[in-house]
Each structure stands twice: as C-alpha cells, then as structure tokens.
Design a protein around this ligand. Sequence first.
Ligand code: FA5
Length: 350
Amino acid sequence: MTDSANGNSSATPQAIERLTSSAERELEALGGEGEKLEAWRVKYLGRRGALTSILRSLGSLPAADRRVAGAAANRAKARLEGLLDKRLAASGTPGPIGAIDVTLPGRRHVRGRLHPSTQTIQEILAAFNAMGFQTVEGPQVEWERYNFDMLNIPPDHPARDSHDTIWIDRSGGDGILLRTQTSPMQVRTLESTTPPVRIVVPGLCYRFEATDATHEWQFHQIEGLAVDTDITFADLKGTLYEFARRIFGPDRKVRFRCDFFPFVEPGVEMAVDCFKCFGQGCRLCKQTGYIEILGAGMVHPNVLRNAGHDPERYTGYAFGMGPERIAMLRHGIDDIRHFFANDLRFLTQF
Ligand code: FA5
C-alpha cells in the first residue's frame, strides 16, 4: 500500500490508472504558468510525488504483482512526463525541451597548444635529429658521481655547494641530488654504449639560486654528445654552425670563444650575431653584436676514461644549451620567470 496525492492508493494497475487519469485532468485544467506546472510535476513526478512513491513501493510486492504493477507505473510515468514536456514547450517555459534556444551562438572551444619551452625544445631536437643525433632522456634525480665526479668536476668545486645544488641526500658516500645540468647523460650513455655515439638529451635541471630575469631555479637544458674515432673540433664547429643556421636563419654569423668547463678540453662558448640589430650592437646584445647561446668543447679524456673508453682511440665533442634562453631571444621575452608562472596571458601568445 502507498500514499498518493489522492489519498490512499495501492500499487495495482487499476490504482495507477486512476492516479494517471486524475493527474491528466488536473494538468489540463492548469494555466500555462511555469510555477503551477512545476507544482504539478512535484506532486506527481517529484522525488516524493505520488507516482514516484508507487514506483518505490514496488519492491515490497510479490514478484508476479510487481511485474504487472511495475509495467503500468513505468507507462504512467512516461505518459505524464510526455504531457508535461508538451505543456512546457507550448508555454515557452524552460524545461527539458523548452530550454534549448537554437538561436544562441555556440560556445567556442579553447584549443590546447604546446608550452613555448616544449615548442623550442622540439624545434632544436628536430634540427639535430636531421643531422643524425638520437634523442635520449635521463633521470632528474641523479647520483653525485654522474653529476660531478665522473664529469671531472673536482670535490671542492663550488658548484657542489649547497648554495648551488639542491641535495636530496648527502649523508652517504655518493650523494643524491637534483641534476644541475644534463651533462650526467654523457657519462651514463658512454658507460652503456660503444661508440659511435650521437645523442641529444633534453630535460629539466635544477639549481639552488635566486631567480631573476635570466635565472630560474628550474629550467631546461639540451645536451649534445658525439663520440667516435677521429672526431675533431672542426666537426663540432660544423655541427653547431648548421644548428644555428637551421634555428636562427640562413645568414647567421657564429662566434666561438674560449670558456672553461671541467668535462671538456678545450672548452668554448658559442654566440650568434644578434638577430635584433644584425651585429650592429643594441640593448639585447649589450652592444657586443653577438648573443651567447651555449657552452661546448671536446670531451675531456678523463670523462672517456671514467666511462670505460680509451681516449687514445676515441675522441668526441659535447655541448649544452638552455632552450628558455633561446626562446627569450627569438621572441623578445624579457623575463625567464614567465615560462613557469602558468599565466595563460603569456602562454597563449605562442
Ligand atoms: C652547463 O650547464 C654545461 N653543462 C654546458 C656544457 C655541456 C658545456 C657540454 C660544455 C659541454 P652552463 O652552466 O653555462 O653550462 O649552462 C648551460 C646553459 O643552461 C646556459 O647557457 C643557459 O642557457 C642555461 N642555464 C644555466 N643556468 C640557468 C638558470 N639558472 N636559468 C635558466 N637557464 C640556465
């Protein structure tokens, strides 16, 4: 037995039929006002409405009665819902059918895009892939020996200091840190591969440093390494020149100057002529006409030895660059901190 809006009523097909008829009559007599139609819906079809209560009570009926009464109640529900939809549509009241205004303009879907760092990294990798370099990746949480010792960086080098490196665990003999550069992949790759080797390694690096317009504590690097018999400094220059031509344009001038990195000998920095003033001197290039974009050099014999290779037999070159700095130069971005601030006003420009 169930309570209904009409008083006591049982969940029999006849009772359901009576309820439906009286609901229909009531609906016909109603004006078109939205509130009245809503009150009618609540009375019969709402969560505690008469028909809903009958449907809820079906579970307590014997199986045979339940089947018959259930079918009748579902038919009644569909009929009453249909009648209500028609009334709502006719009255212009928002409802399941009446709510759709087909004259409204559609909503524009915002298309996703690649992060400017990712776009730059992909372009640089494509330039090197086209020259036969394979892309590999390495761990961001790194052993001290790969990040420093095996790269010929002495134990007392200031880069190992807690003011430069983010340490995870320094208690054991071999510390664990967030890599400060992608160069550890030089050793990891050489340890597990017999030359010839030609790789580029993109990835995040971390340094414990105060941030400013050109320094972030987290930034990307792309490392390059080529090791084989008879590789010379001329190969390094030729490869980097071709890279600059592909990324910065066909008429680029390239300048190499001495620099020092413990894992290369000799070491150089490479600069390209300023793409804003074309070498004339401006604020961007600090009046020098050139912009420094990467560090490079011939792989130090100790690094080859540490990875198990004979430096008398093999030679190679390595280079490392920061794609955010390159993207800044190409797009005139004045602050590296924009890259990781997650501000859509910045990101959607690329
Ligand atoms: C290195 O990290 C060397 N491993 C590069 C290298 C590889 C030299 C192989 C020789 C052979 P350096 O500290 O200069 O070098 O960093 C390389 C590039 O990373 C810089 O030119 C710069 O573009 C980027 N970089 C370094 N520190 C930051 C920083 N705090 N924020 C943003 N970019 C940075």
